[in-house]
Design a protein around this ligand. Structure first.
Ligand code: GUN
Ligand code: ZN
Length: 432
């Protein structure tokens, strides 16, 4: 071993999908546990007592009653929307035109893009998030800025150039050929470097011509190990717009399917208003859906059917959708997912919420063997959660009868004050 480090505290262990197995068996907590890390990876987990004895040479940090869990994984974000988060009063299409597109226009300036990328990753790290999957803007320099910022912080990160060749303002459109060429060049520059992965990124069907969708479908076919991300069935008006733009399509998903943009490595954000054929097809393919609860309530999109889709075996991850989403925090995002579950009559267990924000998102990113769990061999991306970070949370948590009742107040009421420390690739990025 090179430089072993032992972190002790309450350790969250993930054994199975808590939507398939009883939630409290799928995830368990070692009350006096420890995680041994070395060379950027998790080497062992166990009781603090045993691992201390076996590794007397390891530098030990005791986090007491805090919960050591995998760093949060935010499977759908728009880092360029950092500066316009919490913009008032519009629904999707007006929100894009009024707030999003004018801001994204500014990312042609590489220095501006770098400033926002740095600020964004500082904010997400402070909130316990160690991996995000981000849309950039149409400008290649917005991708360079994001990946440079991720490398500087030692993060596993996913991102791609957003492609749009219609229904976007002047200065924010590419073409089928330039989208293909720029995406390919960025993919060749960044994909596989360090812990970075390039994601092919058509924004959504309304802002791409069939020619552009075809070009990106062809690029994906040439690079089948890449992920592809887009938006699907977020708002009713958007679906009607898609129907008008693609009169021959069977449904919204078909606009991707017929252009080579439906696959197991596809990530489809929102997916609220799905038709039966779309649900069947997504499940059959094993594509990933990404639930963005604070965005869905903030932009007024609707209530995602987590329970129904999970019961059918659909892979689903969790995300902020910053800045349509109203938070950088995956704690706040889990709280919103809980509230949407309540409105549908299907409350999610705290173990299910924590799973979605870690292993669930890892699964849709096809990184289940690398991140999202605390287990030997996994990358040492960890978040240490203070379960009594404010007086309001502390007074509730002290009454808890078990760990799930102890952690739930932090899920519902916690923010960046609950984040005691964050490790990325074994290096402490947040905390003293
Ligand atoms: N659909 C297409 N683009 C976007 C976006 O930037 N945010 C959200 N929430 N939905 C979209
Ligand atoms: Zn989005």
């Amino acid at each position: 071993m090179q430089n072993p480090e032992l972190l002790t505290g309450q350790v969250l262990l993930t054994h199975a999908n808590p939507f398939d197995a009883p939630a409290t068996e799928a995830l368990t907590v070692e009350r006096r546990g420890a995680v041994l890390i070395d060379g950027g990876r998790i080497v062992a987990t166990g009781t603090a007592e045993a691992l201390r004895k076996e590794n007397p040479q390891a530098k030990t940090t005791d986090y007491g009653d805090a919960l050591i869990l995998p760093g949060f994984i935010d499977a759908h974000v728009h880092y360029p929307q950092t500066g316009i988060i919490a913009s008032w009063g519009k629904r999707l299409i007006d929100w894009l035109n009024s707030y999003t597109f004018p801001e994204e226009m500014r990312f042609g300036d590489a220095a501006y893009a770098q400033g926002v990328a740095d600020r964004y990753l500082d904010l997400t790290l402070a909130n316990g998030t160690t991996t995000v999957c981000s849309y950039c803007t149409i400008h290649p320099q917005s991708v360079d800025a994001f990946f440079s910022a991720a490398i500087a912080r030692g993060l596993r990160a996913y991102a791609g150039k957003t492609c749009m060749d219609r229904n976007a303002p002047d200065g924010l459109r590419d073409s089928p050929q330039s989208a293909y060429d720029d995406s390919k060049a960025l993919l060749e520059r960044w994909h596989g470097q360090d812990r970075l992965e390039y994601v092919i990124t058509p924004r959504f069907s309304p802002t791409s011509t069939p020619d552009q969708l075809n070009a990106l479908g062809a690029l994906w076919a040439e690079h089948p190990d890449c992920l592809m991300q887009t938006h699907l069935s977020e708002q009713v008006d958007e679906i009607a717009w898609v129907r008008g733009l693609f009169p021959n399509a069977r449904d919204y998903l078909d606009t991707y399917e017929t252009h080579g943009l439906l696959g197991a490595r596809g990530l489809y954000g929102h997916a609220i208003h799905l038709e039966a054929r779309e649900k069947d097809r997504l499940r059959e393919i094993g594509a990933g859906l990404v639930h963005c609860p604070t965005s869905n309530t903030f932009i007024g999109s609707g209530l995602f059917d987590m329970a129904g889709l999970m019961a059918a075996g659909q892979p689903i991850g969790l995300a902020t959708d910053t800045g349509g989403g109203s938070s950088f925090s995956m704690l706040r995002t889990m709280a919103a997912a809980y509230e949407i579950g309540q409105l549908r009559g299907t409350p999610l267990h705290p173990a299910q919420l924590l799973w979605l924000a870690t292993a669930g998102s890892a699964q849709v990113l096809h990184a289940s063997n690398k991140i999202g769990r605390i287990a030997p061999g996994y990358e040492a991306d960890l978040c240490i959660l203070d379960l009594a970070s404010t007086p309001a949370i502390a007074q509730r948590a002290t009454r808890a009868k078990d760990i799930w009742e102890q952690v739930f107040p932090t899920i519902m009421m916690g923010d960046d004050r609950a984040i005691m420390a964050v490790y990325a690739g074994g290096k402490k990025q947040i905390g003293t």
